[in-house]
Ligand binder design. Structure first.
Ligand SMILES: C[S@@+](CC[C@H](N)C(=O)[O-])C[C@H]1O[C@@H](n2cnc3c(N)ncnc32)[C@H](O)[C@@H]1O
Length: 334
């Protein structure tokens, strides 16, 4: 699986798979997710990545009457749109925040145990297609990339202030970019003339730096650099680690966790977290008796990740790197 998500695909769709909602967002792997989680009337769910609300709407239909779905998103614009979308929807709760803090957010609504948690990582089409957010090299816009534009440092801050060595490490580690060193050097040269403040400036630097014969076939040459910056700007991997542990803790026995990831850095974190939680002992294999006292809290429902089928891929090329992993909370674990 590629470390890089298929972020540059044209999202224009042919018929088939889940239909796009009013915002143009097409929920990825929705049917397998619902089949795996099996939401039922009266249950409580958390969607840690509310986005355009596609998953929330679908789960809400199945937990009513009597059920609730708490949708959380870091992006205030997504939250505002979802508040409008679900204003009249009984059982829908919409909150702004990082899913790493999902337990505290749920507690504000008197929720301390849930029947299911879902994460659909990354960005929505709404965010990717808005030039003002600075996530995409397809449009010119401010080089921002913050999911919550009210906090933290922008991608422009990083490219203008980080050392060449740090930029190289970032682009190599989070972008798996073989030209990381050359791109970082080109960034540093370019910013000496003029600050890099737009997506087009950064895209042009990367395009000029990677020799054309090495341009990747299926993705734009700037995809990896943009992905690396976005992951750092939003501390995405730290949030994912914390969010997964919080989700496992808040599930009631028999409750289910479903996580959709889009590149191998995310999927590896998800896979490892679920596998560790599904093991009864973490002692080294050469040790004859267990001293770690680690006990399994999860049962893996699918050993391998679930991928989009041909119909979904035909309808939504952006789904091509999506992977779903599902697990169930065990009885005596919290
Ligand atoms: C792929 S979209 C989710 C789409 C959603 N499943 C739907 O059906 O509309 C991912 C969303 O998760 C949000 N997000 C990403 N990381 C987050 C985090 N750590 N905490 C909360 N929201 C996050 C993004 O802002 C984005 O809106």
């Amino acid at each position: 699986m590629s470390i890089v998500a298929g972020m540059d695909d044209d999202s224009s769709a042919t018929p088939g798979g889940p239909a796009p909602d009013a915002t143009g967002h097409r929920p990825v792997l929705l049917h397998p997710l619902i089949e795996s989680l099996q939401p039922r009337p009266g249950q409580t769910y958390i969607d840690g990545t509310l986005g355009a609300g596609g998953y929330v709407a679908s789960v809400l239909e199945r937990v009513r009457p009597g059920g609730r779905v708490l949708g959380i998103d870091r992006d205030p614009a997504a939250v505002e749109a979802a508040r409008r979308r679900f204003a009249a929807a009984t059982g829908a709760i919409v909150e702004q925040g990082d899913f790493a803090s999902l337990e505290a957010i749920a507690a504000r609504h008197g929720i301390d145990r849930v029947d299911g948690v879902m994460f659909d990582l990354g960005l929505s089409s709404v965010q990717l297609d808005d030039p003002a957010r600075g996530f995409s090299f397809r449009f010119d816009g401010p080089l921002d990339m913050r999911m919550d534009p009210r906090e933290g440092r922008t991608a422009a801050d990083l490219v203008n202030e980080w050392s060449e060595a740090d930029l190289t490490a970032l682009i190599r580690t989070y972008g798996d970019e073989r030209f990381a060193r050359r791109i970082a050097a080109a960034i540093v040269r370019s910013r000496a003339d003029e600050a890099i403040t737009t997506t087009a400036q950064l895209r042009d630097i990367v395009e000029r730096t990677i020799p054309r014969r090495f341009w990747p076939k299926r993705i734009h040459p700037a995809t990896r650099t943009f992905q690396a910056l976005r992951i750092e700007v939003n501390h995405e991997l730290e949030s994912l680690n914390e969010g997964l542990q919080a989700a496992i803790r808040i599930l009631r026995p028999g409750g289910r966790l479903g996580v959709v990831s889009f590149h191998s850095l995310e999927d590896t974190i998800v896979k490892n977290a679920l596998h560790v939680s599904a093991q009864n002992c973490l002692c080294p294999p050469q040790q004859t008796h267990c001293t770690c006292a680690h006990r399994a809290s999860l049962l893996l429902l699918s050993r391998k990740a679930i991928k989009p089928d041909a119909a979904e891929l035909a309808a939504n090329p952006r789904a091509r790197s999506a992977r779903l992993r599902v697990a169930e909370k065990l009885d005596d674990a919290r």
